[in-house]
Design a binder for this molecule. Structure first.
Ligand code: SF4
Ligand code: SF4
Length: 122
């Protein structure tokens, strides 16, 4: 569930507004997205994944959390590195390691027949 948009970080690029499959956001008067239809959030993380400045936080739960929870507190999210953490984890963003390189999968033999390398895990 989308929990927070950081007005401090947002650069009003509209990417989250456009990528959201359920039209949760409206562009606010200052360009910062408003959570106009938060109850329609599908917890798909696409807004957080696409935000170029890590201004969003989607909690990995399917219901809204109470306002007094730490995940609604921007200072807490900033301090703990949770803002934009999904995007960081999947490796989207300049200079980051693509998540596919850290994914766990079956061992595949090298093209030259050498034994498979150990899996890379995060
Ligand atoms: S998590 Fe998905 S459904 Fe929810 S606001 Fe972000 S893009 Fe929209
Ligand atoms: S994607 Fe990020 S920077 Fe762009 S409008 Fe949304 S919150 Fe703001």
């Amino acid at each position: 569930m989308i929990e927070l948009v950081s007005a401090e970080r947002c650069i009003a690029c509209d990417k989250c507004v456009k990528v959201c499959p359920t039209n949760v956001f409206d562009r606010g008067p200052d360009g910062v997205p408003l959570l106009s239809r938060r109850e329609d959030c599908q917890t798909c993380f696409q807004c957080e994944a696409n935000c170029p400045v890590d201004a969003l936080f989607v909690a990995p739960v399917t219901h809204p959390l109470p306002d007094d929870r730490a995940v609604r507190d921007e200072r807490h999210l900033d301090r703990t590195g949770l803002l934009g953490s999904y995007r960081r984890h999947i490796g989207w963003g300049h200079g980051r390691t693509p998540g596919a390189l850290r994914a766990v999968g079956p061992r595949l033999p090298a093209p030259d027949g050498r034994p498979p390398a150990p899996p890379i895990t995060s």
